[in-house]
Design a protein around this ligand. Structure first.
Ligand code: GDP
Ligand code: ZN
Length: 367
């Protein structure tokens, strides 16, 4: 079909048609346009989304298109609801798993009761979420099940961790407006264990979505909900929400020396004082500014031990592989095989943004 004349603004400059990719399937991209489609008789689809292909030029350049990407769309075919993505605008953030571009924050949902709030599990989820470098919005649901005094105690306790939770009840309609304003105009990834009320909350936020409450898995993208699949849902008042499957115990796969970055309490202590050693892991080193009597120090040490074990096993694997390569390269030749220093932790080269929170969600089978 012939392409319609580009729209112009009053100054005569061409107006680009821009939008956000809300779903990716095979080589098709569902793009939600920033503005409603121009009024044009009955040919306009009711919702301003177009099913788009990717221009061959982008494909040649190796330019991937992810959910959350801001894109320029050309040749809109309003009647057919089709278009072509000609440009991907620079990303502000990029998560690997789930694959989402430009996410602004993680909405971590836990329940205060039923199931009772497990601080150890919450701590794990928080640390995992912190590795993404995104803002964390901690939301505690089912506040209808505890007393105001208990609620206050939780708030104070979590303030000590460096978090200010929004305490809501989906069922009793408590503080939902407060939460809603935090999601406005943002791309938010919802996360949290099963049973805490995530589906109930998403149903409230996006009434059209109709999630089945009380189901163990499935959630938003029933039938194709794998950890690699993600879809953004539009909030009626603006903003987009990505749901992710529930999980129980996320793996922490950060470098031991990075762990401190993911505890606000550690950062606070490091801002106030200095450890004697620059590479202090805050475990048993002398003159450490972090070690001490704070609630989650125990969690810190536990996660640190896990990170060290993981680091060492990855290091051993890498050493074994490089030895194998060296051996096969110079088969038969006598050679010196250096023993690699395993105590010195290499700094992770991955940027925060490219770290993933998939482990938050475990391996979800296709349902
Ligand atoms: P999900 O697994 O995190 O998606 O949780 P669901 O939305 O399926 O909810 C699990 C259970 O918690 C359901 O029985 C809900 O009715 C219940 N529930 C959700 N929100 C609240 C709440 O604010 N208060 C109470 N008392 N129960 C809730
Ligand atoms: Zn220290």
């Amino acid at each position: 079909m012939s392409s319609p004349a580009p729209e112009s603004n009053p100054s005569g400059a061409e107006v680009l048609l821009t939008g956000t990719v809300v779903a990716v399937q095979a080589n098709y991209y569902q793009v939600q346009l920033d503005l409603p489609a121009p009024e044009n008789g009955n040919t306009i689809p009711p919702s301003p989304t177009l099913l788009c292909t990717r221009r061959a030029r982008l494909k040649k350049m190796g330019q991937q298109v992810m959910v959350g990407d801001r894109v320029v769309v050309e040749e809109p075919d309003w009647a057919g609801g089709r278009g072509a993505i000609s440009q991907v605008l620079p990303r502000e953030s990029e998560l690997d798993r789930p694959p989402v571009a430009n996410a602004n924050q993680i909405l971590l949902v836990f329940a205060l009761e039923e199931p009772p709030l497990d601080t150890h599990q919450l701590s794990r989820f928080l640390v995992k979420a912190e590795t993404t470098g995104l803002k964390i919005c901690l939301c505690l649901n089912k506040s209808d099940l505890i007393s105001p005094e208990q609620l206050q105690q939780w708030k104070e306790r979590l303030a000590g961790w460096g978090y200010e939770p929004v305490c809501i009840s989906v069922e009793a309609d408590i503080a939902l407006d407060e939460l809603y304003t935090q999601l406005n105009e943002k791309i938010t990834i919802v996360s949290g264990p099963s049973g805490v009320g995530k589906s109930s909350l998403i149903n409230y936020l996006i009434p059209d979505i109709n999630l089945r409450v009380g189901e163990v898995s499935g959630k938003l993208n029933r039938g194709r909900h794998t950890t690699r699949h993600v879809e953004l849902f539009k909030l009626p008042a603006g903003g987009l929400l990505a749901d992710t499957p529930g999980f129980n115990q996320p793996d922490l796969d950060c470098e031991p020396e990075d762990l401190a970055l993911y505890f606000p309490e550690v950062q606070q202590r490091l801002a106030e004082g200095r450890c004697q050693f620059n590479d202090c892991l805050h475990a048993d080193e002398p003159n450490c500014a972090v070690r001490g009597d704070w609630e989650r120090y125990e969690h810190y040490l536990e996660f640190l031990a896990e990170a060290v074990i993981l680091h060492d096993s990855l290091q051993q694997q890498a050493d074994a592989e490089s030895n194998m390569k060296m051996k096969s390269k110079r088969a038969g030749e006598q050679q010196y095989e250096p023993k690699l220093e395993s105590k010195k932790y290499r700094r992770s080269s991955r940027r925060f943004q490219t770290q993933n929170i998939e482990d938050l969600h475990g391996d979800i089978e296709e349902v």
